[in-house]
Design a protein around this ligand. Sequence first.
Ligand code: NOJ
Length: 538
Amino acid sequence: MAGESTNWWKTGIIYQIYPRSFQDSNHDGVGDLRGIIHRLPYLIELGVDAIWLSPIFTSPMVDFGYDIADYTDVDPLFGNLADLDSLIEAAHRHQLKLILDLVPNHTSDQHPWFIESKTSRINPKRDWFIWRDPAPDGGPPNNWLSEFGGSAWEFDPNTNQYYYHTFLSAQPDLNWRNPTVRNAMHDVIRFWLRRGVDGFRVDAVWYLIKDDQFRDNPINPDFHRGTLPRDALIPLYTADLPEVHDAISGMRKVLDEFPDRVILGEIYLPIERLVAYYGRNLEGVHFPYNFALLTAKWEARSLAQLIDKYEAALPLGGWPNWVLGNHDRPRLATRIGADQARVAAMLLMTLRGTPTLYYGDEIGMRQVDILSEQVRDPFEKNVPGIGIGRDGCRTPMQWDATRSAGFSDADSWLPVADDFRTDNVDCFRKNKGSLYWLYRRLIDFRRKHIALTEGSYTPLKARGDLLLFGRELREERILIALNLGPEPIAVSFADELLCGQVLLSSFADRDGEEVRAGIDLRGNEGLLMTVNRVGLDN
Ligand code: NOJ
């Protein structure tokens, strides 16, 4: 609700760091916590408010940290608990919040809980995971498929049962129907909150509960070859089950034992299902991540519709959020091109709701082509050749033109992009026309204009490639005009009395220009204007 609250996670900007690729400090070609501490001044200069770290916990790294062997320790690859404490302390000293990744759906098969669970059918931890007898023919108990290809069941010859894994067989699913499991995860949450972390992004949270009758998932009639093997079935009995909301509100209660913390859910569902994760009385996650822009057709009319649909679907008091990139999806600048990446920056920083910025998107990092012998991503290894590889969006941060782009003084774990000598933080810092500077100006501008952080959102009628909307709070009225195409557009406002001034232009050359009843946009240009009125039908 406009002006209702100023929680940091509502007004702030979240910056996602993929720790393996941000900054190496110990010469092993893999990023670490000390490296992140070293780069904090950069994040402060950029102006973001919170950092979310993808997992840094003890892990065999089969899924690069999303397979956890100890929820309450740091993997030596990234440092140790003392390093994490130092990071928390340093971040807080600079008013930066720190969000960790919580992975409650599954552990690593090397987690002591699973090792114990595997020992026998009568082990007290047996029911912490999901074990089933083979089907009469000895095969898997049902037709459930893994997200990462193949059956979701793995046979254990020792106890003659199968265990369930939503992702890799090295990532057995915890049994969230078991209250002891819930309590154990609640203790993990408390452990980190007591240590001072400001909240969690919760991994794969819509998968937590599975059908207790283990019914077969229905066949997907729309499935065709060339798409993900898991799409052969509709995940009716393995995802988004009604009881998941109870499991989430349990975690939320634990969060609420501590002041001012946040819990954000990773949920890939259509908008109408997604918004249920706020909880009936907002007792769910503070917000389910809204990934609609990751796959949206980059075209003004589609985006306008998508934004309207999302705004309309939000429950009363449910806070919106927007994401343009993450460690699982192709890089934005490759998806929509460098020119539109600038327009996207303006969109992300002006829509109503919390923006999450993926490391490197502020310098327009591209998807890097990965040769088959360089592939590290287990998803790509399991389901090769259909373009789902995630290595290309996880390459080292491009800091400067030196070896490994300033990320490491050793060879980096993934290749650095070819363009790193010209497209890096160091070069872009010196060029006020760069995307990096556009982000800096936008972030600064957003911080100074309450209409952008807490104001209402008003879609305005527009045609063709133009996306036009207003943000408004009290006396502050901002009009945002974005040209989603390469051709110039003349915008004339239906409201002839509308006038104002350009506050920020994407090419940084029109600030202060007068606006009267209309304005011309160049191709791929975006303008933020302060105006005397918005909200009247355009
Ligand atoms: C979602 C994470 O974002 C992804 O990187 C990971 O592979 C799966 N969950 C499994 O944890």
